[in-house]
Design a protein around this ligand. Sequence first.
Ligand code: FAD
Ligand code: MLT
Ligand code: ZN
Length: 475
Amino acid sequence: MNQSDHQAALAAIVGAANVLTNAADQAAYLTDWRKHYTGRAMAIVRPGSTEEVAAVVRHCATHGIAIVPQGGNTGMAGGATPDTSGQAIVMSLTRMNRIRKLDVTDNSITVEAGCVLATIQQAAINVDRLFPLSLASEGSCTIGGNLSSNAGGTGVLRYGNTRDLCLGLEVVTANGDIIGARADGEVRGLRKDNTGYDLKDLFIGAEGTLGIITAATLKLYPAPRARVTAFAALATPRAALQLLTLAQQRCGATLTAFELISDLAISLVERHYPPHRSPFAVRHPYAVLMEISDHEDEAHATAMLEGLMEQALEDGLIDDAAIAQSLSQSDDLWQLRERVSEAQAMEGKNIKHDISVPISRIADFIETTDALIAAAWPGVCMVNFGHLGDGNLHYNVSPASGETEAAFMAKQGPVNKLVYDSVERFGGSISAEHGLGQLKREEILRYKPATEVALMRTIKAALDPQGIMNPGKVL
Ligand code: FAD
Ligand code: MLT
Ligand code: ZN
């Protein structure tokens, strides 16, 4: 069969309108969000049901055609972008966006893989529940992508990563079988199920290299009665760590976000997204954005945050504080955090490091690594921000003033090595929440023990013996 025979066979499964073959229709699917990778594809295939996904996979398995699964295409590691051979298909799951079931007694929701995260959050709110996964890309990323990259976001310190929010998965395997469904067709979603290896955990975080997630049953939580946000100005990440300990002591499980933002990161948002501005009259090196989710009421939450801020000021941990008095003030403060990535992208290319170290070592990591970078490349700018409450930093390096993008990006290899070697010395991970994709698939070999990489290869060979699932990613 030649390419047009395959395109016709795929059209017979999903409908001609859902097989995109011309360049203009394909373009949006072939470049990643950061515009670091552009590939080519034999076709973009958009199935509308699990059965269609399975039939497409069976066709590809029979003919050895590579499949690159794609959700909202907001990933940061190039995982959803095909290579340049033009031999693969991109399978976009975005048509599979139904909410199949929501049960307030089970506290669970079953959704198809292409459901946009914000849609799931809203469905939960509609029945007075919370789906706590929260990312700046929530308006366009899909739950299939969230699960496949085991996304983190801002609620991890309280609710865990996407893996922790998943009760069950429906998956199409690399040979086209459908697993994870009960005899009646519903996705299994038990809170207790110790019947051998937990297969769903293999597919979570696999970045589409083992199979295609078609639906998931997810945990819901009681909706908090009030969410109150505070913004605190500080001198150092070390002070932020002390504030985290104090906040956990005083607020316990009501502390649902604790984000660190450097002043440079804030000033990028101010430059590219006016009218969002720091609430403080003078500049401070760092800020922390905190959120309390309270099951009493807003007055209780505000009083708790006020007490915390007063003590932190008295103890000399913070230099100033602002507590949002309305939803719109809270939204303004969140925008200062959530717009950082987009503001960075508007500024030009930068070298990103999505890393984690033990929470207790974050301040030492930043001090040590900042000094190493300043000594090696005087003048480059550090744009640090991230999820301090769970030990995850977006430790980003931007060009020195006047440096051309090309000259700066030529440093990427050595900058990465310096940062990742430092992460290693601090007992951390070179990919906290964005995955490996094609961005870090070589670098991981330096840091992951060879025996563990070999086990990963064994799993890949067992589940995808032909190597058709998202080749060139992760491994
Ligand atoms: P895609 O980018 O389409 O795909 C991601 C990976 O999953 C690829 O390897 C793809 O092949 C695979 N995949 C997608 N769907 C499926 C499926 N159904 N079955 C199998 N494999 C599949 N990430 C965080 O973790 N935390 C953050 O705070 C965060 N903030 C972000 C903010 C911005 C502004 C942006 C642009 C991105 C951010 N991200 C963050 C990264 C990204 O949004 C997440 O990784 C998200 O989970 C990806 O979802 P997606 O649907 O866009 O996946
Ligand atoms: C974030 O927390 O905003 C993201 O993970 C995106 C990024 O690192 O740019
Ligand atoms: Zn993040």
